[in-house]
Design a protein around this ligand. Structure first.
Ligand SMILES: *[C@@H]1O[C@H](CO)[C@@H](O)[C@H](O)[C@H]1NC(C)=O
Ligand SMILES: *[C@@H]1O[C@H](CO)[C@@H](O)[C@H](O)[C@H]1NC(C)=O
Ligand SMILES: *[C@@H]1O[C@H](CO)[C@@H](O)[C@H](O)[C@H]1NC(C)=O
Ligand SMILES: *[C@@H]1O[C@H](CO)[C@@H](O)[C@H](O)[C@H]1NC(C)=O
Length: 540
């Protein structure tokens, strides 16, 4: 599991050591040995921070294991070596305080259930099973609401009443951050990734529309597209939607690996809020018609109290009303919407898409399955090592690309592997989501998921509710307990089922998972950007 109950102990070097934090409390005990429950419980508890009871008077630290930080591919969405959430939780007897009940009502109120009934059910099903059931219900209800905002119209065709106003922010909030690309993270110069309208350098061997795009480039890619949207207006009175092009992900990325105070990390975000509060357009609907695009995961912007990792941007009261589009959402926040991680494919035309679809549907998939990733030796509860062992035990069926030894540095190596494979294993890494899920879908490789938070609870606008149409799910607990051999399990998926899933992925999903280039002229298809904008414009 991506997030484990460990106490963080960062070292000065790039590697971060972790060690278990000892707590005798039974709730913690349960969490440790029931990892899936742990995630739900933790996040729920995190949500209920108005409660005053702190278990055993201590803090639980949620720490995320290290990864090979000098490897770009492996530096996926959630590089958060010392991410921690102070837990303020249930009463010792498992009952919940009135304050917590109030918080539940707040969340559940959004989804229109009878809050008293839900609270009663929850109290009735006490213990961690009840927590999990309750947490899942809430997530699913929120996703239903987010799905109800899906538009079946392409508003770009007629912009009447659907103007998009893009703020011209002072450059310190965006361009100047890009300017710090050389010095943003200690082990790599990011500048070349931000060239070419943030798509990076072309990858000739993969064909038209392929670029070496950095996984945190979403803010720039989206901004460039927004500036060119046909519904863009220059008069705020004509706007239905306000786009705030603050590169908050780059803002925090530059501090992640530097020893600076939390005040420093938060300062630019706070300046932005001040800047917005001077705008009539912001005050008019208290930010409700404003949207932010953040190219990193929600947790990077939800620092609690005196933790060290990330900013408090998304915890600020002033930002609660606005929509936040992120590569990984906080599952209990209705205004956090997950949108696809950027892949290496940025088609310019319909033909770029159809040519690619044809190529991958015809691809001769020589391996049953593959895994491109790195083990997490510091996180023993992570299932990656087990999967790697199962994979390596039959080389005729499974290919392992070791990202720890640089195997994934070249996008073409990863994409070619995925094009050669029927299934691609996508266990969580440092956070539940993986960019690699999108790389595999774009390569026509059926993703095998082990945690519902990796995709099912993330992307309501871009992936359908029925996940059996495009993926295979294997409960990670079963892998951890060695109850399932993944190779054997996947061999049992019939050729017919594989083909149905692959056709769905390639023809139905793929166009909507990629971000076209900034001048793309797509007629037949809606890409991830247009779908997102249409839904934002549709929402009342
Ligand atoms: C509930 O929250 C309020 C304010 O946040 C606090 O003053 C009060 O002590 C809390 N009550 C309980 C029972 O936790
Ligand atoms: C709640 O949990 C406690 C202790 O585990 C148990 O004794 C009690 O019967 C449970 N209550 C309900 C309503 O299930
Ligand atoms: C970080 O900075 C603080 C204050 O300047 C200093 O006390 C601390 O030793 C530094 N930590 C590291 C790991 O360099
Ligand atoms: C992957 O590569 C790293 C670094 O070379 C090595 O330490 C590790 O053992 C490799 N993992 C496997 C499973 O081969």
């Amino acid at each position: 599991m991506a997030i484990s109950m460990l106490k963080k102990k960062p070292k000065a070097s790039k590697k971060f050591e972790t060690k278990q934090h000892q707590l005798s409390d039974t709730i913690y005990f349960k969490i440790l040995y029931r990892i899936p429950a742990a995630i739900f419980l933790l996040i729920l508890i995190f949500l209920w921070s108005s409660s005053t009871t702190i278990i055993s008077g201590k803090f639980l630290h949620v720490c995320v294991s290290s990864r090979k930080l000098n490897n770009l591919y492996c530096l996926s969405a959630g590089t958060q070596p010392n991410f921690e959430i102070p837990i303020q939780a249930l009463n010792k007897d498992g009952s919940i305080s009135p304050n917590v009940t109030a918080s539940i009502k707040e969340v559940v109120g959004i989804v229109g259930e009878d809050p008293n009934l839900m609270v009663a059910n929850r109290v009735h099903n006490n213990g961690s099973d009840g927590e999990v059931a309750f947490a899942v219900t809430v997530v699913e209800k929120l996703l239903q609401v987010q799905r109800s905002w899906i538009s079946n119209k392409n508003h770009a065709a007629s912009c009447e009443g659907k103007g998009i106003f893009v703020y011209d922010l002072p450059s310190k909030f965006n361009k100047d951050l890009v300017g710090q690309c050389g010095d943003m993270i200690p082990w790599t110069n990011l500048c070349k990734y931000f060239d070419n309208e943030a798509m990076g350098e072309p990858i000739v061997e993969l064909g038209n529309g392929w670029y070496h795009t950095h996984q945190y480039a979403l803010e720039l890619i989206f901004h460039t597209r927004a500036l060119k949207h046909p519904c863009r207006v220059y008069d705020e009175n004509e706007a239905k939607l306000f786009y705030v092009p603050y590169y908050g992900g780059l803002d925090i990325l530059r501090w992640h690996f530097k020893n600076v105070s939390n005040d420093v990390k938060d300062s630019l975000g706070l300046e932005l809020v001040k800047w917005l509060e001077n705008k009539k357009s912001w005050l008019k609907h208290s930010g409700k018609d404003h949207v932010f695009v953040l190219g990193k995961i929600s947790w990077d912007f939800r620092r609690k109290n005196d933790a060290l990792w990330g900013t408090r941007l998304l915890e600020l009261d002033q930002l609660q009303n606005s929509m936040k589009l992120l590569i990984e959402r906080q599952p209990w926040h209705i205004n956090d919407i997950g949108i696809p991680h950027p892949t290496y494919f940025h088609p310019h035309s319909d033909d770029d898409i159809t040519d690619w679809q044809l190529k991958i549907i015809r691809s001769n998939r020589k391996s049953l399955m593959s895994f491109a990733g790195a083990a997490r030796p510091d996180a023993p509860e992570n299932i990656r090592s087990i999967l790697i062992n199962q994979c390596n035990s039959d080389e005729t069926k499974c290919r392992f690309l070791n990202c720890s030894s640089g195997g994934c540095d070249k996008p073409a190596s990863v994409i070619n592997l995925f094009m050669d494979s029927e299934f691609c294993l996508q266990p969580p890494g440092d956070s539940p989501t993986r960019k690699s899920v999108f790389d595999s879908l774009v390569s026509g490789c059926i993703p095998v998921l082990f945690d519902p938070f990796t995709a099912y609870y993330q992307y309501p606008w871009h992936l359908p509710e029925d996940h059996s149409k495009y993926s295979v799910f294997i409960e990670q607990e079963e892998v951890r307990e060695m109850k399932v051999n993944v190779v054997e399990k996947l061999m049992k998926v019939s050729v017919r089922e594989r083909e149905d899933m692959r056709r769905f992925i390639v023809y139905e999903l793929l166009p909507g998972l990629v971000y076209g280039d900034s001048n793309s002229k797509l007629q037949k298809f809606q890409d991830a950007f247009s779908m997102t904008i249409n839904n934002l414009l549709q929402r009342e």
